[in-house]
Design a protein around this ligand. Sequence first.
Ligand code: NAP
Ligand code: ZN
Length: 334
Amino acid sequence: MKVNAYGVVKKGQSFEKFQIDLEDLKADEVQVKVKYCGICHSDIHLLDDDWAEEYPVIPGHEIVGEITEIGSNVKDFKKGMIVGVGWQCGSCGKCKSCMKGKENLCGDMVSTCVNKKGGFAELVNIDENFVFEIPDEMDLAKVGPLFCGGATVYNPLEKYGIKARDNVAIIGIGGLGHLAIQFAKALGTNVTAISSSVSKKEDSFKLGASNFISTDEELEKYNRTFDFILSTASADLDWNKYLKALAPEGKLCFVGVPSSGEIKIDYFELMIPEREIVAGSIASPTQIKKLIKLAAEKNVYPIVEMIKPDQLDEAFEKLRNNQVRYRFIVDFVS
Ligand code: NAP
Ligand code: ZN
């Protein structure tokens, strides 16, 4: 079947609308007609061929849409249901990680838009284990980013046992970071926002932070303060400065991808206070279901800028230049 899609046919080129072949629906898959799709910073890496991508690239992995077809083995979904899809759309189902419900750590994970046509296509076929029903009361136009950005920041907060009254700092107040402030607040922690953009201070407080630090500031007065620092920044920063701001046994957790792909730290700042460097990679389906419930209860949503597909080039340019407040959503409905 031919379907419309928006994508880039070669590295460095603009978005174009063209038709692609959609593979036949498999027995375990549902077909989703895309209504809305968020734009994540990881989509930039796909356009830039950073992650061994086949062209044309059709990005998009913060999908909200309606089920239009179901495969013959599908049990939990029906035509007409409104669902969300994030970064992952498949796993082997047999490895140790899959068996313990950590499908996001499967070595054979299938990604929604890596060497696959993502949510900027009219229809996508997704394994039913990676499709999530959206509660009726949720705002469909805004919920998409919870399936990747939200999932990615919720996972480490849960996995590393972050609890009420912990001192948590979030570095990088972009798409992921502004959701991280809200989830950390929803868990009852004391949240500090750390940002290279002083213009984000007011918003950080409104989202639930009780303190704001500029990345230019010296951090001596925060030495040994934070129980958990979550970096969502897409840049290389002076990580030793943040390591020192961790309390003994505190954790510096990376979910953002530093531009060099490397992190350099002072061994003694790590070893003597028994600090830990950890990371998070999207979230498991079980965690995604939990965080959607929590978001519905605590009213956790991204702040969004809605765009039409013909504004994709402009939107990606703004995202590259840190000019988004705080997530673009492509509206494929109106
Ligand atoms: P985003 O909206 O572009 O936010 C990134 C933020 O990083 C910016 O808003 C900015 O925050 C900060 N930043 C950017 N350049 C900086 C610089 N030169 N110096 C200091 N700070 C800088 O991106 P996103 O969609 O939230 O994604 C963030 C990162 O997470 C990306 O690297 C993305 O690929 C990665 N990601 C990882 C996973 C995973 O599973 N681990 C999942 C999704 C995304 P301030 O203005 O506040 O400084
Ligand atoms: Zn993403």
